[in-house]
Write a protein that binds this ligand. Structure first.
Ligand code: XBP
Ligand code: MG
Length: 236
C-alpha cells in the first residue's frame, strides 16, 4: 500500500537553479569582492556536483585553479555559502521563485488522499522552509511529516543516504513510498534507496539518463490555474 510521497526540492518542486541558486551564488561572490561569475552554461556543468559548498569546491578545483585560496578553505567556502543562502532565501521571500506547474495540485490531492509527505534533498534546510512557506503556503512546512535536508547525512546525492534517512524517520519501507525527482543524481539516490521514482525533467536535466526511473515526464500535470503556468515562465 502506498503511504507516502517523498519529494526532492531543487528542480522538482520549483525551478530553483538557473534563476535562483545560480544568481544567489553570483551575488555572494560579488559581496565578497570576488570577480567570479557562474554563467548559465558553467552552472550546468557544476550541477554535476550536488550541494552548494561542494559545488564551490569543485569550481576552485576544476575551473578556477589560479585562485589563491585562503588557508582555511573550508571556513572560506562556508562563509560564502552562508551569504548565498541569505540571498537565496530573500529571493524566495520576495516571491521570485514559483512552484513548478502541477506541484500545488499534486500536494493538495495527496493530502486529501491521506498520504504522508516528506522531503529528501541536498539543499540547506532554510531553503526548504523558505520555499514551502513562500511559494506553497504559509504554514505548509507543517504538512510534511519529515524534512530531510542538507548536511544531516554525510554523503549527499547520488548516495542513497538522504532517502534512507527520510524513510527511517517516517518509519516506512521503500515499497510504501514513491519518490519525485528531476535529475540523474536524484534518481540514482532514490533508486539506490529502493524507491520507485517519477521524474519530471527541467531545462538543465532534460538530456540526462533516467534508466532507473519508473516514468519520465516533462511536467507534473495540470496546474491549479492558468496563473501558475504564467508564474512559471517568469525568469530574471
Ligand atoms: C540540489 C543541489 C543543491 C542546490 C543548492 O540537488 O544540488 O545543492 O543546488 O543548495 P538535489 P545548497 O535537487 O538533487 O537535491 O547551496 O543549499 O547546498
Ligand atoms: Mg533536484
Amino acid at each position: 500500500k502506498l503511504d507516502a510521497l517523498l519529494f526532492d526540492v531543487d528542480g522538482t518542486l520549483a525551478d530553483t537553479e538557473r534563476d535562483g541558486h545560480r544568481v544567489a551564488f553570483n551575488r555572494a561572490f560579488a559581496d565578497a569582492g570576488l570577480d567570479w561569475h557562474w554563467s548559465e552554461e558553467l552552472y550546468g556543468k557544476l550541477l554535476a556536483v550536488t550541494g552548494g559548498k561542494e559545488r564551490i569546491g569543485r569550481y576552485l578545483e576544476q575551473y578556477n585553479t589560479s585562485f589563491e585560496a585562503p588557508g582555511d578553505l573550508k571556513a572560506f567556502i562556508a562563509g560564502l555559502h552562508k551569504a548565498k543562502t541569505a540571498h537565496f532565501t530573500r529571493m524566495l521571500s520576495e516571491g521570485r521563485i514559483p512552484l513548478r506547474p502541477g506541484v500545488r495540485r499534486l500536494i493538495s490531492e495527496a493530502r486529501a488522499a491521506g498520504l504522508k509527505l516528506a522531503v529528501a534533498t541536498t539543499t540547506t534546510p532554510e531553503n526548504v522552509t523558505a520555499l514551502l512557506e513562500n511559494a506553497l503556503e504559509p504554514g505548509a512546512t507543517e504538512w510534511f511529516d519529515v524534512i530531510a535536508a542538507g548536511d544531516v547525512v554525510p554523503k549527499k546525492k547520488p548516495a542513497p543516504d538522504i532517502y534512507l534517512h527520510a524513510m527511517e524517520r517516517l518509519g516506512l519501507a521503500p515499497e510504501q513510498c514513491i519518490a519525485f525527482e528531476d535529475s540523474h543524481n536524484g534518481v540514482i539516490s532514490s533508486s539506490s534507496a529502493g524507491l520507485k521514482t517519477i521524474v519530471a525533467v527541467n531545462g538543465y536535466t532534460r538530456d540526462e539518463a533516467f534508466d532507473a526511473a519508473v516514468v519520465v515526464l516533462d511536467h507534473w500535470g495540470e496546474p491549479d490555474s492558468p496563473f501558475e503556468v504564467m508564474a512559471g515562465e517568469v525568469g530574471e
